[in-house]
Write a protein that binds this ligand. Structure first.
Ligand code: DGL
Length: 246
């Protein structure tokens, strides 16, 4: 089985990491729109237009399923993708909400959503969480986390200062949705601020969702990974070597 994994840039590699770990596919075609990252600050129509262009890209590869490993795309463009793609489509927001529901049955639990401006402004996580009965939800858009992760600053002074800035006054949540595929790379630092919180990661959530929703299960075969980027593919390959090792 062949999957196309799409993100605005390198962040979707955190989802690829989970897909590789669980050996769900024989082949993964990754496309990072590195020429136009970040998506999280763009408007809905632009994100839809870029996403439909990604569908055209994946049409060259005879994929079985397209996984949008980008919360911003999942927030604004998933319906258009489903309507226009000749293959199955999965986002990461519905999987994230279902993963949270499995881990946190208490509907009074405090849930903190961290995402890009696009993801938070779409209100999609909040709406789905409310549909599942959760009442105590706070949303936060720590926009500077994305360039900091792109810069490879996964710990240290800069990240700590920026986290203090965004997390100042935020009370301890029971669970945090890492609603941006860049954020798992700084999850250890986020956890230091909120040590009691359970973290929900798009990669792990999507693995569970692909099995439940599409019957895609572990193949025990090694996955061949092909990496494509709209700009500087060598940089994407370098980052992948670093992030996907071990
Ligand atoms: N990886 C994207 C997401 O999950 C965030 C990066 C961006 O803003 O493009 O929303």
């Amino acid at each position: 089985m062949r999957a196309g994994v799409y993100d605005s840039g390198v962040g979707g590699l955190t989802v690829v990491k989970s897909l590789l770990e669980y050996k769900l596919f024989d082949e993964i075609i990754y496309f990072g729109d590195t020429a136009r990252v970040p998506y999280g600050v763009k408007d809905k129509n632009t994100i839809i237009r870029y996403s439909l262009e990604a569908v055209e890209f994946f049409k060259n590869f005879d994929i079985d399923i397209m996984i949008t490993a980008c919360n911003s795309v999942s927030a604004y463009a998933i319906d258009e993708l489903k309507a226009n793609a000749p293959f199955k489509v999965s986002g990461v927001i519905e999987p994230g909400v279902l993963a949270l529901k499995n881990k946190i049955p208490n509907k009074d639990a405090k849930i903190l959503i961290l995402g890009t401006n696009a993801t938070i402004n779409s209100g999609k996580y909040e709406r789905l969480l409310k549909e599942h009965g959760y009442k105590n939800i706070e949303s936060l858009s720590p926009s500077l986390f994305v360039p900091i992760v792109e810069e490879g600053l996964f710990s240290g002074k800069v990240l700590k200062t920026v986290m203090e800035h965004y997390f100042d006054g935020v009370s301890q949540p029971d669970a945090i949705i890492l609603g941006c595929t860049h954020f798992p790379l700084i999850s250890r630092q986020i956890h230091k601020f909120f040590p009691k919180a359970i973290l929900i990661h798009s990669g792990e959530a999507v693995v569970e969702f692909l099995e439940d929703e599409f019957g895609i299960t572990e193949t025990h075969l090694n996955t061949e990974l092909k990496l494509f980027a709209s700009e500087n593919p060598d940089k994407l390959k370098e980052v992948a070597n670093e992030w996907l090792k071990n």
